[in-house]
Ligand binder design. Structure first.
Ligand code: NAD
Ligand code: MG
Length: 390
């Protein structure tokens, strides 16, 4: 029986993780759950899973959970520090990192420091702190299993002996597939009037609002190039992106002998999540099985970097090194929130990212506290820039 901590239990990754865990009560047990604002959902999850511990990071939600009169067998804690303490509990075997945004970084580091097996969905932590997380995992022996569908696909296509963080042998390059989001085929001239509702309506994947907008701007793929760079120790030049609108092939490994290995499946996060939770054993889940004969055709196109400048910005950030990816990620978080709030146009997201990435001195990455400081500073500066744009 594996004891599992689910960080971000009330989100989209949380939902898919809990759905897999529900099907395997003989193998997987919830130890801890965390959430930010959604107290009602957390109260229901406590009643269902009777976790040993829950952590709520929003004070109002924490008070609401306490006031609901949860069973005395569940400890309830408040705050970001409690989150970091909770993941280090020696009783926990698997930590699922499903918090959205840079808010997930410190708990990822804490889990790696404690040598846990980390099922990693929170890509922002690797994008900003990859240079800290990966060497720390080597040192503590923490095992990282990527849940992001592309990285999980690549991981599944690498040999069993492969250790994450090392450059895989005999690999010429990696091919990350991208659905292209709702607008890959829309003329750039029509981009200005895209609404938040159109941008979050992803054609293939049902995800949280932030990552759905990132898919529409292709920033998600840009962040995934950076994520792949750190997880698989590959130079960005050897990480290619291809548009594959059906989202059936989740990514590919191109070996030096010309063989390409790919992982296929319906676009459902329960597939990579059950691979992670199974730790080498295949676990059944609720995802629809793929009927290959019903597919008809699979299509592949080159990604249009001019139409989606975020792709180039992500590559540029890795070339700039140090804190550049952290600057890009923080600027993008603010720009996406402003777009969702109808404060800026869709096309402004990449403009703002570009301006922020090229306005600050890049430093060497030294610590989580430095990255948190930079994140806060870029949040403030990006907010200021957006205000000045009117
Ligand atoms: P979501 O918005 O649906 O859920 C986010 C979760 O994080 C919620 O449980 C929320 O309570 C928690 N949270 C939000 N702000 C927080 C804060 N400040 N402190 C602590 N907890 C906080 O997001 P999601 O779509 O589930 O995505 C989660 C992560 O997984 C993201 O990094 C995303 O890029 C990545 N990811 C998601 C998918 C997907 O299919 N949803 C696929 C690949 C990768
Ligand atoms: Mg992905």
């Amino acid at each position: 029986m594996k004891q599992v901590a689910v960080l971000g239990a009330t989100g989209s990754i949380g939902d898919s993780t809990l759905a897999v865990i529900r099907r395997h009560p003989d193998k997987l047990k919830i130890h801890s759950l965390t959430a930010h604002r959604n107290s009602d959902k957390m109260i229901a999850l406590i009643a269902e899973f009777a976790p040993k511990r829950v952590v709520i990071t929003d004070h109002k939600a924490y008070k609401a959970v306490l006031a609901s009169g949860i069973a005395a067998t569940t400890e309830c804690h408040y705050g970001a520090d409690a989150l970091n303490d909770a993941v280090q509990d020696p009783a926990i075997d698997l930590v699922v990192a499903g918090i959205v945004g840079n808010a997930g970084m410190a708990s990822v580091m804490a889990a790696v420091k404690a040598g846990k097996t980390l099922l990693l969905a929170n890509k922002e932590s690797i994008v900003t702190a990859g240079s800290l997380v990966m060497p720390l995992a080597q040192k503590t022996g923490a095992k990282i299993i990527p849940l992001d569908s592309e990285h999980n696909a690549i991981y599944q296509c690498l040999p069993d002996s492969y250790r994450i963080g090392e450059r895989p042998a005999s690999v010429a390059h990696l091919t990350l597939t991208a659905s292209g989001g709702p607008f890959w085929n829309t003329p750039a001239a029509a981009f200005k009037t895209i609404t938040p509702a159109q941008a979050v309506a992803h054609p293939q994947w049902d995800m949280g609002a932030k990552i759905s907008v990132d898919s529409a701007t292709l920033m998600n793929k840009g962040l995934e190039v950076i994520e792949a760079h750190w997880l698989f120790s590959m130079p960005v030049a050897d990480i290619r992106v291809c548009i594959h609108p059906q989202s059936i092939i989740h990514s590919m490994v191109n070996y030096v002998d010309g063989s390409i290995l790919a992982q296929l499946g319906t676009p459902d996060m329960q597939i990579p999540i059950s691979y992670g939770l199974g730790m080498g054993q295949r676990l059944a889940n609720d995802a629809a099985l793929l009927d290959i004969t019903a597919l008809g055709q699979l299509q592949f196109y080159p990604a249009n970097h001019e139409k989606f400048p975020n792709l180039n910005l992500a590559r540029q950030a890795i070339e700039m090194g140090g804190t550049a990816p952290a600057i890009l990620n923080a600027a993008n978080e603010v720009a996406v929130a402003a777009f969702l709030n109808e404060e800026i146009a869709f096309t402004k997201i990449s403009d703002i990212n570009d301006r922020m990435l090229n306005s600050f001195t890049v430093e060497e990455v030294e610590s989580v506290s430095q990255l948190i400081e930079i994140d806060q500073m870029i949040h403030q500066q990006t907010t200021k820039l957006i205000k000045s744009l009117g």
